[in-house]
Write a protein that binds this ligand. Structure first.
Ligand code: PGA
Length: 256
């Protein structure tokens, strides 16, 4: 399967930004973003803004995602939110295993795997994040790290489940640093991850999986990154907080 037959997903990861009022304003500014059937646009907003976002996207093609999801259905897990709670709100996507969760909140490949399973069971589309640290790239073990995170993140899933998962390749050294991976580096790493999935599930499954690039993607570099054969969209932090910048990236994906 060629890139042209894979779903492209442009997802904004707002992180801990935007009040409900600000969220409604920003989503309102996205309403006139270009669209086509091959490109999904998602805003992954803080938990507190989810309901506002779900209401604000009504009548537009924009979809709403959360930035995390717990792996149990309910229970004594103070501070956590279950997949069913998100689905009830009208949320359709969940970012899982973002490097900030791995770095600051003790997220591991095992918890990432569990959260991804819970998301799938509830009907959410997981955006499973992987990516190497700067010291790992410098030590020449990028592929080893990506292979391990992909295999452990997807452990125990059937081919049909894997088809419903989006992978976000985000080199940790490029996140929020203004240091983007070159288009070649991004394309190469996403292609490598596709190869890992092909070994586990076969070429046909791997060819259908959406693999995003994330890490300082912006209005200037978006088109070049998205043009890479194995880059099927972006997970965008800083630039997704500015409507015009996010729309420029959407335009590059839609090809208008
Ligand atoms: P950034 O963040 O675009 O601000 O680098 C990307 C991400 O963390 O998902």
């Amino acid at each position: 399967m060629k890139k042209s037959s894979r779903k492209v997903v442009i997802a904004g990861n707002w992180k801990m930004n935007k009040t409900r009022a600000e969220a409604a304003t920003l989503i309102g500014q996205l309403a006139n973003a270009p669209q086509n059937a091959d490109v999904d646009v998602v805003v992954c907003v803080p938990f507190t803004a989810l309901e506002t976002a779900v209401n604000a996207v009504k009548g537009t093609a924009v979809k709403v995602g959360a930035q995390n999801v717990h792996f149990e259905k309910s229970g004594a897990f103070t501070g956590e939110v279950s997949a069913d709670m998100l689905v009830e709100l009208g949320v359709e996507y969940a970012v899982i295993g973002h490097s900030e969760r791995r770095q600051y909140f003790g997220e591991t490949d095992a918890t990432v795997n569990n959260r991804t399973r819970a998301a799938l069971v509830a009907g959410l589309i997981p955006i499973l994040c992987i990516g190497e640290l700067l010291e790992e790239r410098e030590a020449g073990i990028t592929e080893e790290v990506l292979s391990r995170q992909t295999k452990l993140g997807l452990a125990g899933f059937t081919a049909d489940e894997v088809k419903r998962i989006i992978i976000a390749y985000e080199p940790v050294w490029a996140i929020g640093t203004g240091k983007t991976a070159t288009a070649e580096q991004a394309g190469e790493a996403c292609g490598f991850v596709r190869g890992v999935i092909a070994k586990l599930y076969g070429e046909a499954v791997a060819d259908g999986v959406t693999i995003q690039y994330g890490g300082s993607m912006n209005a200037k570099n978006g088109a070049e990154l998205l043009a890479q054969e194995d880059v099927d969209g972006g997970l965008i932090g800083g630039a997704s907080l500015v409507a015009e910048d996010f729309k420029t990236i959407i335009k590059a994906a839609v090809g208008v």
